[in-house]
Design a protein around this ligand. Sequence first.
Ligand code: SME
Length: 157
Amino acid sequence: MAENLIINGKDKQELYETLLPQLQSLTAEETDIVANMANIAAALKQTFDFFWVGFYVVKEKTLVLAPFQGPLACTRIQYGKGVCGTAWKEARTIVVPDVEQFPGHIACSSDSRSEIVVPVIRDGKVVAVLDIDSDKLNAFDETDAEYLERLCKQITI
Ligand code: SME
């Protein structure tokens, strides 16, 4: 169980409950996926102060870096490689409590300690992944997985 995060007196469930409807209406009014991914990354970073949050989009046989907030990141990830490539291949959310324990983890920053990757699935295919890194161990749990999956289903990207 990850430690319960409290920001401004709200636990993370309350924060997601507030944020998701806002992001849904924000992205529903905009058809450009880059604009929407950019605002989603910014809103998640601002709300939770994650170390790194952003998207990789599927382009042919590679994941390519898309809008993000945080330090510089690797630009391309192959199918099945790292946490992102594995989430793409297996079309499922992956929670990594300690990145050092994930075989093949791609370290874009040595400050990243735990990670969650959620696939964005459209018409049965993974079209992108949402990747969030924390500089704390064990930062993500089922609550993050549930709300971020809901976010990735609802949003216009
Ligand atoms: N750690 C990821 C790579 C992307 S960065 O964390 C931004 C992975 O193993 O797929």
